[in-house]
Design a protein around this ligand. Sequence first.
Ligand code: ZN
Length: 257
Amino acid sequence: MDFYIEGLNLAAFEYRCKTFKKSFRFGERFTPWNCPHCRSGRLIAKQESFIKTNEQVFLDAEEVIFSFSGNFDCDTCHNKTSTIGHGAIRTRYDSDSETGQCHEWEDETCLPTFFSPQVSLFQPVQGTPASVVDALNRSFMIAWIDISASCNILRTVVEKLFNEKWPDIKGKTLHRKIEALQRYSVEDPISMKVCTYLTAIKFLGNEASHDDVLEERDLAVAFELIEQILITLYDSRQQKLDVWAKMVTDAKGRPIK
Ligand SMILES: [Zn+2]
């Protein structure tokens, strides 16, 4: 289903805008990531915990670019997470809406390309099998440096999912296994939706075998699809809601006994 607004395919536009690489600024309360040690704390960037190297000044563009390395602190368990990456300082201009006066300020942003231990791009729901989480973590680990390889590992995540969730479904290829699951799921719209998501990840994984075909947005969407699959399959609250919705629908609004 496409969503069009004044001729613009909104869904396609949003797809093209998807990202997973986030940047941070010193001085902001939190960075975008959770702590990989305790999983619940938020990572904090303190200026004194980082060093900058290889500064290059571009006067024309009013920009300085640099490399950095350092450690994030966790606001909860206080463990450290190492990172490296690159950043930029750009001159920005604002005007005061009341006085009309223009003032100049420096906007410094830092984009990590590596974390140790690896941060998660999303937290798999409780109950997700360990083999699936392990493969997912490997995908997270290289997402910043090799999009195709990371997407290829997501295909492995789907294979692990079949081993854990549907061990009786056989097939020489992942394509055949998904087809078999679709045949079992004809009467079940929730499983059919999962099959559609699995198929999309399979196609992206296939494309990942060709160099430089995939872009950040493809991997960002693949991560969201995997996250939703895991919620559908393993989140107990989601499963309960699915059952309740079916009970009410089957009863056509009559009281549930
Ligand atoms: Zn922590």
